[in-house]
Design a binder for this molecule. Structure first.
Ligand SMILES: Cc1cc2nc3c(=O)[nH]c(=O)nc-3n(C[C@H](O)[C@H](O)[C@H](O)COP(=O)(O)OP(=O)(O)OC[C@H]3O[C@@H](n4cnc5c(N)ncnc54)[C@H](O)[C@@H]3O)c2cc1C
Length: 386
């Protein structure tokens, strides 16, 4: 079966799941600031989305990146939070798959792929976000493992996760920068209460992306067993994380395409329904041209994302294309969601319509998975290298 066939085979089932289970509840849950219901999570796991690209030998679905982008796109078209919950499993799973020992792969991947456990990425710190190399959270040797001390922030899903994937400093010399960081799997009990005094968490209220809660975390002598150091290698964490960037950026671009598509569809529908000056508003050329530009932007971002996914599946290096897809899709989603609100006029600003949710959700893409400024810098440097 060709890659295109796989994509088109996957799309109807994920769209049907999203339309039946997610779209009917997304707007209301977002308005009430509620988390994604566990029932939706369980169904996503049953459909194999949590481990979509992991090999079947490790409990995954064994599909390719092109299938992954279709799933991310369709789920995000319904609700960005749902399209994003699998991102955490993909990041931790890809880290283990690319860098873990065989034992670590056998231990963790099936649990992640089947949704038995959820994971969260604890990288960002209060004083260091983009500047990963300056992270200060420390892991010091302790009997049988490591002791974590320090702060992390913006850790999405930290409450529901059983594993926090923590990038911590194992070489005490700060001048070692990124060469002194290691990746640890910190196991915790899922639940809002955390584990004081060793692990405490503060919820961070935020304006969109509301189906998952984000937390600032504080570790105090939090014990991580030695076998939970990824690859059993110290000071390789930064490089291990880099091995996940292509997949993460492609999946993030696909999520932006999904939100952009939802906004475009909402605007098309409204432009047909709403009449002003005696005719549907799409018959005013300005609105028609807005819609044309929105559709062109969504399609351009989609095709660049698919291209990056195809490159990844063919085994070629695609950090440049993945980064470009993320930048273009981010720019697209901000423009398209803003224009969708505009086409709705005042109603676009009310909670009655979903476009305001797409607009709030769409803003997050320029901030996470590498800010747009950082992405641009990385792309520019790679171009100069070529
Ligand atoms: C909703 C949400 C969920 C998140 N989830 C997670 C998560 O699960 N796990 C996690 O670890 N993190 C998460 N993050 C954090 C996110 O990855 C960071 O916010 C991001 O890395 C940027 O870091 P910062 O916020 O500290 O901004 P800073 O790095 O302080 O940047 C501030 C501004 O300066 C710019 N800037 C910084 N350095 C440069 C430079 N060298 N050149 C030009 N411009 C620069 C940035 O682009 C930005 O505009 C999440 C963030 C949000 C908003």
């Amino acid at each position: 079966m060709s890659a295109e066939d796989i994509m088109e085979e996957v799309r109807p089932s994920v769209r049907s799941f999203a339309e039946k289970e997610v779209i009917p509840v997304a707007g209301d849950l977002d308005r009430r600031n509620q988390e994604i219901p566990m029932d939706i999570l369980r169904k996503m796991a049953e459909l194999g989305y949590m481990g979509i690209i992991f090999p079947t030998d490790y409990g995954g679905s064994g599909l390719n990146h092109q299938a992954m982008v279709v799933v991310a796109e369709e789920l995000s078209r319904a609700w960005l939070s749902v399209g994003s919950i699998m991102t955490r499993s993909l990041i931790t799973g890809t880290l283990i798959l690319a860098n873990g020992t065989e034992e670590q792969k056998r231990e963790w991947l099936p649990k992640i792929a089947t949704g038995e456990i959820l994971t969260a990425a604890a990288f960002t710190e209060p004083n260091h976000g983009s500047d990963t190399a300056s992270f200060e959270c420390r892991a010091t040797p302790a009997k049988g493992g490591w002791s974590l001390n320090g702060q992390k922030t913006w850790c999405t899903l930290a409450n529901r996760a059983s594993i926090l994937t923590v990038l911590a400093r194992t070489d005490p010399d700060p001048s070692k920068k990124h060469k002194g960081l290691s990746m640890l799997l910190a196991a915790k009990k899922p639940g809002d209460g955390f584990e004081p005094p060793h692990l405490t968490g503060e919820h961070i209220p935020h304006i969109g992306y509301r189906g998952m809660k984000c937390y600032s975390l504080s570790f105090e002598d939090f014990f991580v067993p030695g076998e939970n150091l990824i690859g059993l290698q110290t000071n390789r964490g930064f490089y291990q994380l880099m091995a996940t960037y292509e997949t993460a950026r492609i999946q993030t671009a696909a999520r932006a395409v999904g939100v952009g598509q939802a906004a475009l569809e909402a605007a098309l529908k409204y432009a047909k329904q709403r009449t002003q000056f005696g005719k549907p508003i799409h018959e005013h050329q300005v609105i028609r041209h807005k819609l044309a530009e929105m559709a062109a932007r969504v399609e351009a971002a989609r095709q660049l994302t698919y291209y990056a996914a195809r490159m990844k599946d063919s085994g070629k290096r695609c950090d440049l294309e993945a980064g470009m897809a993320k930048v273009i899709a981010t720019e697209m989603v901000e423009t398209v969601t803003r224009e969708a609100v505009q086409i709705h006029g005042g109603y676009g600003y009310s909670e009655e319509f979903d476009v305001q949710r797409y607009w709030r959700d769409g803003k997050v893409f320029s901030l996470f998975e590498g800010t747009t400024e950082i992405q641009m810098d990385v792309i520019g440097k790679r171009l100069m290298e070529k």
